[in-house]
Ligand binder design. Structure first.
Ligand code: ATP
Length: 288
């Protein structure tokens, strides 16, 4: 039996950092949604009792440093599985980009192995296990659109946002999430109320209100360090985006528009400037 599992990227429609917790994590509140830019995992049983990874890009580690390996190992240990597995990762999501590529691969591994090994876990159980690998993994287990609280692992599912185009551009830099959070000063922590505003906009399927509610607390930190991120934001706005925001800790910036002609203009305008440019649709709902 061979399984193909899709691992879609996410974008942050909002991200508020509320405060730093005694355990060192930041308490966040964010609305996230999955988009039609995805890695594809091929999972197949292996006679030998080991985890073998392979990947379409050569610069990702294929050992216990890979989130896919960590997810497979976690399930083997949790359920005393003495079978092996081979997982091929067809990598399409840019790495260290603020799009949760690694987290989504881990979530897809959990969903895939739950099926391959007949583990019988429900979504909540898979999300709980995933939270041991990373804060974004529970959201990626569910997919769709959700409000995430806590360190990102407490998920409240939302309805789909209004359909629109998402044009993403990633400058050729990798940003460390820990570094960006670390640079945020205590006086910058606050609840902007934008997540609530975003949830209302999504509920009303009001595209312009979604654009007006876009907000990311980490953006100012990354913009200050990497001027090229600001430049991309400015270009996207100039090419006609209805809303523009950096995703997660960056450096990927996305533009939203509900008009295909504008999506084309933004995509073509950015392509000469950045290598990693994508024009995709919001997936919105959970599609597995
Ligand atoms: P987030 O938005 O959750 O912060 P990100 O998109 O910024 O995530 P990732 O692409 O998940 O970042 O990569 C972060 C780090 O995780 C990289 O340094 C990378 O080497 C490591 N990593 C481990 N496994 C994977 C994987 N399967 N895919 C991508 N990165 C991985």
């Amino acid at each position: 039996m061979r399984l193909m599992v899709k691992a879609p990227a996410k974008i942050n429609l909002t991200l508020d950092v509320l405060y730093k917790r005694p355990d060192g994590y930041h308490e966040v509140e964010m609305v996230m949604t999955t988009i039609d830019l995805a890695d594809r995992l091929t999972i197949e049983p292996l006679d030998e009792n080991k985890i073998v990874l392979d990947c379409s890009v050569c610069f990702l580690p294929l050992d216990e440093r890979n989130h896919v390996y960590q997810a497979a190992m976690l399930l083997k240990q949790q359920f005393n599985i003495d079978k092996g597995v081979r997982i091929y990762i067809d990598k399409q999501i840019p790495i260290a980009a603020g799009l949760a590529g690694g987290s989504s691969d881990a979530a897809a591994t959990i969903r895939g192995l739950n099926q391959l090994w007949n583990l019988g876990m429900n979504m909540q159980e898979m999300a709980d296990l995933g939270s041991r690998i990373g804060s974004d993994v529970p959201f990626c287990v569910y997919g769709g659109t959700a409000l995430a609280k806590g360190r990102g692992e407490r998920i409240e599912l939302l309805s789909s946002p209004p359909p629109c185009w998402v044009i993403l551009a990633k400058p050729p830099i990798g940003v460390s999430t820990a570094e960006v959070y670390g640079a945020l000063k205590a006086e910058q922590f606050k609840d902007t109320g934008k997540s609530k505003q975003m949830m209302e906009a999504i509920y009303r399927k009001d595209f312009l209100a979604v654009c007006e509610s876009l907000s990311n607390h980490l953006e100012s930190v990354t913009l200050e360090r990497y001027p090229e991120v600001r430049l991309i934001k400015e270009k996207m706005a100039r090419f006609g985006a209805d809303g523009v925001l950096m995703s997660g800790s960056g450096p990927t910036v996305f533009a939203l528009t509900d008009k295909e002609s504008r999506a084309n203009r933004i995509y073509n305008g950015l392509r000469g400037f950045c290598k990693d440019v994508f024009a995709v649709r919001v997936l919105g709902g959970n599609n597995w």
